[in-house]
Write a protein that binds this ligand. Structure first.
Ligand code: C2E
Ligand code: MG
Ligand code: MG
Ligand code: MG
Length: 291
């Protein structure tokens, strides 16, 4: 009975299929114009070094300020535009915003990196590495400051085509990260084949760490696996101090999550940084130790 009630109550709140399709259709058809109108904006979420308690970088997470639907999550519209040419426009827009920002931060003495999420369609677009190289040159930002995040299922969609592109990006100096690690279907053997620098433990394991011993064991195993392969390990979805402390104890390298900061617009990120940074020893220091 409980299951039946739950099922029924879920259906009450679920929009009709017609509504879902109407909304999806609108998102797909309005996307290009939304970019031109400045409605697709980048939020930043800090990535911190657990051992040194320093800000090391930000992840760029895109949002759509939609006049009818409000703030639309990328979880909804990225998938909707993925099969259309708009996914390339999204990447171009995010990359331009992020690289312009990296240049600004660098000239203000803030030496941090930025991570940008890639869709497999971006990776397989014609001349993708050349497009990225041109953007880096245009913004005068060293490739080493840029990380691309890709999910394992994304890479494994078409490894024969995506692997050479990943190798080329890596050879340019761009860092590569496997996002949502642990949720894909592929075997671990592929990890050795990928030219990657970082893995990000999926937030479902991180969130379960405090209450579920198998999640805790999985997180520990991923940290150890990553380190044995010479990779940097990042935990995403860190919401509790206990999780952060456990991750630090496991020697997980970096953390990201609501405990540290939600993804926020640029001005709020900079305010967060100003309020959390303590000047240590040398006021001109380029390290940003967090309280
Ligand atoms: P992701 O790359 O795995 O990003 C992490 C997601 O977890 C983000 O959701 C972030 O807001 C959320 N998150 C961060 N910390 C916490 C936490 O402590 N607790 C919880 N519950 N959630 C947390 P968001 O911003 O809705 O993005 C969803 C996904 O959309 C991203 O997952 C990424 O795959 C995709 N995405 C975002 N921006 C872009 C983009 O510019 N291009 C592409 N292709 N995909 C993007
Ligand atoms: Mg990501
Ligand atoms: Mg993720
Ligand atoms: Mg994800």
């Amino acid at each position: 009975l409980a299951a039946k009630v739950r099922q029924e109550s879920v259906q009450i709140y679920r929009p009709s299929m017609g509504e879902v399709y109407r909304r999806r259709f609108q998102l797909v058809t309005q996307f290009r114009q939304a970019v031109e109108q400045g409605r697709i904006i980048v939020h930043y979420q800090p990535k911190v070094d657990l051992a040194h308690r320093e800000l090391v970088g930000v992840e760029a997470l895109v949002r759509w300020m939609h006049p009818e639907f409000g703030l639309v999550s990328p979880a909804e519209f990225v998938e909707a535009i993925e099969a259309t040419g708009s996914i390339d426009i999204l990447l171009e827009h995010v990359l331009d915003s992020v690289l312009a920002q990296l240049w600004q931060w660098r000239s203000a003495g803030l030496h941090i990196t930025a991570s940008v999420n890639l869709s497999v369609h971006n990776l397989l677009a014609e001349n993708f590495p050349a497009t990225v190289a041109a953007a880096l040159r245009r913004h005068q930002v060293p490739a080493q400051l840029l990380t691309f995040e890709i999910t394992e299922s994304n890479v494994m969609t078409d490894p024969e085509h995506s692997l050479p592109v990943l190798r080329e990006l890596h050879a340019m100096g761009i860092q590569l990260s496997v996002d949502d690690f642990g949720t894909g279907y592929s075997s671990l053997a592929y990890l050795r084949r990928l030219p990657i620098d970082e893995i990000k433990i999926d937030r479902s394991f991180v969130q379960g760490m405090g209450t579920d011993l198998s999640d805790l064991a999985i997180v520990r195993a991923i940290v150890d696996l990553g380190h044995s392969l010479g990779l940097r390990v990042v935990a995403e979805g860190v919401e509790e101090e206990a999780a952060r402390d456990a991750l630090r104890e496991m020697a997980c390298d970096e953390a990201q999550g609501f405990l540290i900061s939600r993804p926020v617009p640029l001005d709020r990120f900079e305010a967060w940084l100003a309020s959390r940074t303590v000047s240590i020893y040398d006021p001109a220091s380029t390290t940003h130790v967090l309280r």
